[in-house]
Design a binder for this molecule. Structure first.
Ligand code: ADP
Length: 252
């Protein structure tokens, strides 16, 4: 499997305040990477570096397409819903189509293939009937789906989800995860969450960020690993088919 993103020995800081130190991380094609860690540990800062919003102080970040290194790759970003202004007068269709603005010259209308792509995404996220409703009329879960649609309409190589479980609609949560699985068949996903139970149930690999980054290949981490990387004991509850607790590695 090919690499998409490779971060090597990266240090990030705000002015003199160092937040991340000697971070190395590879994101693979079709990866489903969970990023966990305590509040203030540097998860958002790592996303900012990946999104090119914060240049690293030391180290570097490389992007790949196939076997070739490229200057950048397309990354979809689903922000935390609390940062969205719902009173903005824009319809669901327009929100999703706005994910294509980088592909269209200013003041030109969308092409028929872009229209088709928006319609396909409306279908995928289950919002066909609400296509022309203003976003102010949507429930939290519906708005989340519209924003998810916007973040994938341009067919990014990587989709970044920032705390998706802070969204309100519990009813939609059970439908969000199968949808993410479907998206993951074509797109690598980076999921940042403090809800460790949800993360452990879905991801293929885990990175725990707490100033430094500890990588765990596979989602089957032990409680002691988590306690150590978080630097404090934590309780884990899974929400799989059967509620379960993740325990430390043991012989039998
Ligand atoms: P997390 O996402 O894991 O909660 P952040 O990356 O948001 O962590 O923050 C890591 C540290 O960087 C925290 O101590 C936070 O206060 C600090 N920080 C975040 N953004 C800024 C900023 N713009 N300026 C200065 N310090 C910041």
């Amino acid at each position: 499997m090919g690499k998409l993103i490779e971060i090597k020995n990266m240090t990030a800081a705000y002015g003199k305040k160092q937040v991340l130190r000697d971070v190395s991380l590879t994101v693979w094609e079709n990866d489903f990477l969970g990023i966990i860690g305590p509040n203030g540990g540097g998860k958002t800062t790592l996303l900012k570096v990946i999104l090119g919003l914060l240049p690293p102080k030391e180290g570097n970040i490389h992007f790949f397409d196939g076997d070739h290194e490229v200057p950048s790759i397309k990354i979809g970003y689903l922000p935390q819903i609390s940062r969205i202004d719902k009173s903005f007068p824009i319809s669901v269709w327009e929100v999703i189509a706005s994910g294509l603005v980088g592909e269209k010259p200013m003041f030109r209308s969308y092409t028929s293939s872009q229209h088709r792509r928006v319609d396909e995404i409306l279908e995928l996220v289950g919002l066909v009937e609400l296509a022309h409703s203003p976003i102010g009329e949507l429930s939290g879960g519906q708005l989340q789906r519209a924003l998810l649609g916007r973040s994938i309409v341009s067919q990014p190589k990587v989709l970044i989800l920032d705390e998706p479980n802070t969204y309100v609609d519990k009813g939609f949560e059970s439908r969000l995860y199968p949808l993410l699985k479907e998206i993951n068949s074509e797109t690598a996903i980076i999921l940042v969450s403090h809800d460790i139970g949800t993360v452990l149930n879905m991801v293929k690999n885990i990175a725990c960020v707490n100033e430094t980054l500890h990588y765990h290949s596979g989602g089957d981490v032990s409680k002691s690993w988590l306690d150590e990387k978080f630097a404090c004991p934590i309780e884990i509850l899974g929400h799989g088919k059967f509620p379960h607790r993740v325990v430390e590695n043991h012989e039998c």
